[in-house]
Design a protein around this ligand. Structure first.
Ligand code: ME8
Length: 514
């Protein structure tokens, strides 16, 4: 058998300085949908996620809470993992940057960058944002009405002056610009690509890559007074996750990653610093970085002070896991910012899932159960309407493949739900309930076509709503080994015994208030 093509996909690793919020869940869900899609499409997928446990932000939060930093990290890393498990995130490895292997990995990258002549000792004097864990040039900061100086993301910056190792980022300006030119799909979406190119064209300064005022982090090889800058450490997780520094590891063949999925606020680290570090260390660079947008609660930025941070566990309890997954993936064009509120979520659940897909499955399969001996009916000759319906369903996979290749998850779902909408029109137009008496053979053909369309829809809906799609495939009598994309052209088999059609997508009903 030919070797399967590999596909390596990652999320950002989150700071476990607090509990996961809906932004974290969103990134995990979207990356999971992309990973599941490629798996169903026959690829050998490796999906990495995890937690970024070093840095000043972690130290300061731990101090505020009166706990040791490693205790805070372990407690919250567990909650991130629980969130992934709650949302059915199909990761292959959950990495924690406090792992011993990761320390060795980062030190090896450092040694290679040093051997390449890109690391030197000097002293740093400049602005640092603890919240972004980022250094900013003076002209990137502004002093607001509140007299607080802030960086480009709006977070406060503080003056830092200390002895530090530097990475010769300035030496990589031309190489990076060439990379963006030679590989136009290295950064997506386009708006982010343009932003990165203009940042790099503006000139790159050498980067401070160590600190001496704390010791929570990865020690600089040969100079343990220094702890590495958290982003050198964090970005390296993507290679640690597949075995580095052991290049004989069974998973190392997955590198370079096919896509790093991240939020738009950390594009600079992934599209500028990371490829520069890799070039310096002589390691192949990732193929692509894709930045999604930010989620806003009723249009407002989530913040602890506004008190509108939404707990993803509560959303899952209130609406259901697949319902939440579907809502965010369908509602928010992947790459753009998105707003969410209760009404919008309920509307999607009730319209798209309960009515359009759920009711169609219920009505058609109940008819099959009652009037076709509970087995997939045999079809007669197909009418023009049947052929058009089947052709539209057959066309979904090509649309979904091309959308998913550029992370346009919403477009893949649009293609699937366009077929669901058409199937509803087809079903209403053919009125198979009326055909039971007048033309039973024709009724069987209509029910066959409907079942076949539902089968393809369910197969293609799996990346977004895995548990519900599995239930739908169960009631369509589709065998467990016939649920991947290779099975799409096979057609549902007449005579297959079907179980009773249990309802799959409950309507959302407002809880009683008294
Ligand atoms: O940035 N909407 O960690 P993090 C959508 N440790 N996405 C959001 C979001 C929101 N409201 N808020 C955050 C870090 N995110 C680093 C990453 S990777 C080597 C190191 C996204 O916990 C954010 O853009 O602050 C990022 O991709 C991820 O959640 C983790 O954010």
């Amino acid at each position: 058998m030919a070797q399967r093509k590999s596909f390596y996909i990652t999320t950002a690793i989150s700071y476990p300085n607090g509990a996961p919020h809906i932004g974290h869940a969103y990134e995990a869900i979207a990356t999971d949908a992309l990973a599941r899609f490629q798996r169903l499409d026959g690829k050998d997928v490796f999906f990495l996620t995890g937690t970024d446990e070093h840095g000043l932000k972690m130290i300061q939060t731990a101090q505020k809470e009166g706990v040791e930093t490693h205790v805070l990290a372990s407690r919250n890393a567990g909650r991130f993992r629980d969130m992934d498990d709650r949302f059915g995130i199909s990761y292959d490895r959950f990495i924690r940057t406090s792992e011993e292997q990761h320390h060795r990995s980062v030190q090896e990258v450092w040694k290679r960058m040093q051997a390449n002549g890109d690391i030197y000792l000097d002293s740093y004097a400049g602005w640092y944002s603890v919240r972004d864990e980022a250094y900013y040039a003076e002209d990137e900061t502004v002093v607001g009405d509140d007299q607080v100086r802030r960086g480009p993301q709006g977070t406060p910056v503080e003056w830092v002056e200390e002895k530090s190792y530097f990475f010769k980022l300035s030496a990589y300006q031309d190489k990076l610009l060439k990379l963006y030119e030679d590989q136009p799909d290295f950064i997506g979406p386009d708006a982010r690509r343009n932003e990165v190119i203009s940042f790099v064209k503006g000139g790159l300064k050498d980067l401070s890559v160590s600190r001496t005022t704390f010791d929570w982090g990865v020690k600089v090889p040969g100079d343990p007074e220094h702890v590495m800058y958290v982003w050198v450490d964090a970005l390296t997780n993507y290679i640690t996750g597949v075995g580095f520094p052991d290049e004989s590891d069974a998973n190392w063949h997955y590198w370079p990653a096919d896509v790093h999925v991240i939020g738009k606020d950390i594009i600079r680290f992934h599209a500028v610093y990371w490829p520069a570090f890799l070039m310096s260390a002589g390691i192949p660079i990732q193929k692509r970085v894709y930045a999604h947008g930010f989620l806003f609660n009723k249009g407002e930025k989530m913040s602890k002070s506004v008190g509108n941070i939404v707990d993803p566990f509560n959303l899952a309890d209130q609406y259901g896991v697949d319902q939440v997954r579907y809502f965010f993936l369908r509602e928010v064009p992947f790459g753009s910012d998105g707003s969410y509120n209760h009404e919008a979520i309920v509307n999607r659940i009730n319209a798209d899932l309960a009515n359009d897909l759920g009711n169609l499955a219920q009505r058609s399969l109940t008819m099959v159960a009652k009037q076709c001996d509970a087995q997939v009916p045999a079809h007669g000759e197909f009418s023009e309407a049947d052929k058009a319906m089947l052709a539209m369903a057959d066309g979904m996979i090509a649309q979904a493949r091309s959308a998913m290749a550029t992370q346009q998850i919403h477009q893949a779902l649009n293609a699937v739900w366009a077929v669901v909408a058409e199937a509803n029109r087809y079903f209403a137009g053919e009125a198979p309930w009326a055909l039971a008496k007048t033309d039973p053979a024709r009724q069987k053909t209509v029910l066959y076509v409907t079942a076949e369309v539902l089968r393809q829809v369910a197969i293609l809906a799996q990346p977004a709503i895995p548990a519900s799609a599995a239930k739908l495939l169960d009631i369509l009598g589709v065998a467990a080994d016939a649920r991947d994309f290779a099975a799409l052209p096979t057609r549902i088999v007449p005579g297959t015994k079907l179980p009773a059609p249990a309802p799959i997508f409950p309507r959302y009903v407002e809880p009683a208030t008294d």
